[in-house]
Design a protein around this ligand. Structure first.
Ligand code: ADP
Ligand code: MG
Length: 169
């Protein structure tokens, strides 16, 4: 995928309450302003990369890009599970991510257990792949240290600012 690594950031919005948190795998949702800026070659599926909330630490993440049921599956959604235990929710905060690699396509599962097992496999794969030097170095990218200044502007402005930053990569 020629657009990877792909850098983006935006406000964490409320999702559809599909209960990811109840499965132990909460996913932070991006608004349309971020999803609409995805390059066309980044299709649906599961990706791995790095993420940071506000100007906090950078953690490993897995992201699902899927069809958004709210728009009758005509628009994509981007949901990031940060591989870290947070003390509190972070709705309204700016989430910065770099998508580094692709894991697998979207699939449907016969049972909740099968879905959870697949996600846990994705998390393990992300953890291992992100240790590779060419992937690990993105953790220290300037994109993450520039979060502090951009989080002081409005979320909408941040989404467009991130375009400028992303183009630099
Ligand atoms: P929603 O449907 O609103 O997205 P989820 O059950 O998917 O609800 O929970 C997502 C929310 O959980 C995020 O918006 C964030 O505020 C919080 N959260 C807590 N820990 C994490 C984490 N490790 N990764 C992603 N989101 C987390
Ligand atoms: Mg979610």
């Amino acid at each position: 995928m020629k657009s990877l690594p792909f850098f983006c950031r935006g406000e964490v919005i409320r999702g559809f309450g599909r209960g990811s948190k109840e499965l132990g795998i909460p996913t932070a949702n991006f608004p349309d302003s971020v999803v609409d800026n995805l390059p066309p070659d980044i299709g649906t599926g599961i990706y791995f990369g790095w993420a940071c909330v506000g100007n906090g630490d950078v953690y490993k993440m897995v992201m699902s890009i899927g069809w958004n049921p709210y728009y009758k599956n005509t628009k994509k959604s981007m949901e990031t599970h940060v591989i870290h235990k947070f003390k509190e929710d972070f709705y309204g905060e700016i989430l910065s991510v770099v998508m580094v690699g692709y894991i697998r396509p979207e699939t449907t599962f016969d049972s909740l257990e099968a879905l959870i097992a697949a996600i846990n496999n994705d998390i393990e794969e992300a953890k291992v792949k992100l240790e590779l030097p060419e992937h690990h170095k993105l953790k220290d990218d300037n994109f993450f240290t520039s979060t502090a200044s951009s989080s002081s502007v409005s979320p909408t402005a941040t989404a467009s600012t991130s375009q400028t930053i992303m183009n630099g990569h």
